[in-house]
Design a protein around this ligand. Structure first.
Ligand code: ADP
Ligand code: MG
Length: 360
C-alpha cells in the first residue's frame, strides 16, 4: 500500500478560543512497504498526523490517499490501518486473548475458531502464548507492548501506525523491541509510519525520516541524507546525538570570526558563503577535538559514557559546546581545555532564516 498525504492541515480550537495549527499543509508520499519515521519535538503534530491517517481525527483540509484512493473522511473501521498507541490502550477488563482478538471484532467473515486460531498464531509470533489468559494488569510493560503490537498485527493491516510504541520501556528492552519490530516489518513488508523522539531509533529503523517542527515538514529523506545534508538549522540540531554545536560568526573572504576565535575556511566554502556576512556555524561534537593549540575553553561538565567522553565547554558564559572524545581524554572540571575544529566538516546556516548554506 502506498500512503499519500497532500496539504494535510489540522486546526484545533485552543482552550481560550483561538486556533492551534497542529498540522500545517503537510505533503508526504510513502512508497509501498516503506518504513517511515516521524521525528520532531513534543507538540509538533506527529500524533495528530497519525490520528488523521487512522481516521480518528478529521482533517481541517487536505487529502489522505491509500493506493491513490481518497480516504480522508472514511470511517476508521473502513480503513485497513492499524495503530499501536504510546500507552498501548489495552482493555483492562479483557484477557490478552480477547484484547488481541478485539482487532478482529468487525470481521463478520471469521468464526470464533478462526479468530482464536489467528490470535494463537500472533501470540506465538510475539512470544506471548503463555500470557493469553492473563489480564493486562498482570503483565510487565514489555509484555503489554507485545500485546498492543499483536492486536495490530492480527488484523493483517495494509498500513501500520506506531505512535512512540517503545517510549514507556526501559532502554534495554527498547533496543530489543526495536529489533523485533524491524524483524516483523521485514517479514510482513507492510508500509509503516513510526513516531519516535529517540534519535537512535529513528536513524536505525527508518527507510526515510520525516522531520517535523510546529506542524510543518522540515525535511524528508534517508537517515544519512538528513544527517549529512540537513535542510536547515532546526534539522541539523535535531538529527544527531549529541546535538550539533552552533557558533554565531561573521564571514569575510574565507575568514570566519567568532567572538572568541577565528579560522580560515577553504576557498570552496568561502565561495558558497560569498555575500552572506552574518552566519551560524555548525560543528558536530565529533568534529571538535582536544588539541595542543587552538581555541581555549573551560570544562564545565565531564560526562563519561564508557565508549566515549562528552566534554561540556564554555567561554565563561551560559552557552555550552559539546566535544565528543575518546574515554581516555578526561581533563579536570574547571580547567582550560584547548580544542580544534575539523574545518572540513563545517556547516553554515543563514542566521535569519536558518536555511543551510554549506553542508557536507
Ligand atoms: P506530538 O504528537 O508531536 O507531540 P500532537 O499532534 O499531539 O503533537 O499535538 C500537536 C498540537 O496540537 C499541540 O499543540 C497540541 O497541544 C495540539 N492538540 C492536539 N490534540 C488536540 C486537541 N484534541 N485539542 C486541542 N489541541 C490539540
Ligand atoms: Mg504525540
Amino acid at each position: 500500500m502506498t500512503v499519500g498525504i497532500n496539504g494535510l492541515t489540522k486546526i484545533f480550537e485552543g482552550p481560550e478560543g483561538g486556533e492551534i495549527v497542529a498540522v500545517d499543509d503537510l505533503d508526504i508520499d510513502m512508497e509501498e512497504g516503506e518504513f517511515v519515521v516521524f521525528v520532531g519535538p513534543s507538540g509538533c503534530g506527529k500524533t495528530t498526523t497519525l490520528r488523521c491517517i487512522a481516521g480518528l481525527e478529521s482533517p481541517t483540509s487536505g487529502e489522505i490517499t491509500l493506493n491513490g484512493e481518497e480516504i480522508t473522511y472514511e470511517e476508521p473501521q473502513n480503513r485497513n490501518i492499524a495503530m499501536v498507541f504510546q500507552n498501548y490502550a489495552l482493555y483492562p477488563h479483557l484477557t490478552v486473548r480477547r484484547n488481541i482478538g478485539f482487532g478482529l471484532k468487525n470481521r463478520t467473515d471469521l468464526s470464533k475458531e478462526e479468530i482464536d486460531e489467528r490470535v494463537d498464531e500472533v501470540a506465538e509470533l510475539m512470544g506471548i502464548s503463555d500470557l493469553l489468559e492473563k489480564n493486562p494488569a498482570d503483565l510487565s510493560g514489555g509484555q503489554q507492548q507485545r500485546v498492543a503490537t499483536g492486536r495490530a498485527i492480527v488484523r493483517d493491516p495494509e498500513v501500520f501506525l506506531f505512535d512512540e510504541p517503545l517510549s514507556n520501556l526501559d532502554a534495554k528492552l527498547r533496543k530489543h523491541m526495536r529489533t523485533e519490530i524491524q524483524r516483523l516489518q521485514e517479514q510482513f513488508g507492510t508500509t509503516s509510519i513510526y513516531v519516535t523522539h529517540d534519535q537512535e531509533e529513528a536513524m536505525t529503523m527508518a527507510d526515510r525520516i520525516v522531520v517535523l517542527n510546529d506542524g510543518e515538514l522540515q525535511q524528508i529523506g534517508a537517515p544519512t541524507d538528513v544527517y549529512n545534508n540537513p535542510a536547515n538549522r532546526f534539522v541539523a540540531s535535531f538529527v544527531g546525538e549529541p546535538a550539533m554545536n552552533f557558533f554565531d560568526v561573521k564571514h569575510e573572504n574565507g575568514r570566519v570570526e567568532h567572538e572568541h576565535f577565528a579560522l580560515e575556511i577553504s576557498d570552496e566554502m568561502a565561495e558558497m558563503l560569498a555575500g552572506t556576512e552574518e552566519l551560524v556555524m555548525g560543528v558536530r561534537p565529533e568534529d571538535l577535538e582536544v588539541a595542543d593549540d587552538g581555541i581555549d575553553m573551560k570544562l564545565e561538565v565531564l560526562e563519561e559514557l564508557g565508549s566515549d567522553n562528552l566534554l561540556y565547554l564554555s567561554f565563561g558564559d551560559d552557552e555550552m559546546y559539546i566535544v565528543e572524545t575518546k574515554p581516555t581524554v578526561e581533563p579536570d572540571v574547571g580547567e582550560t581545555v584547548t580544542v580544534r575544529i575539523r574545518e572540513e566538516n563545517l556547516y553554515f546556516f543563514d542566521d535569519q532564516t536558518g536555511q543551510t548554506i554549506v553542508a557536507n
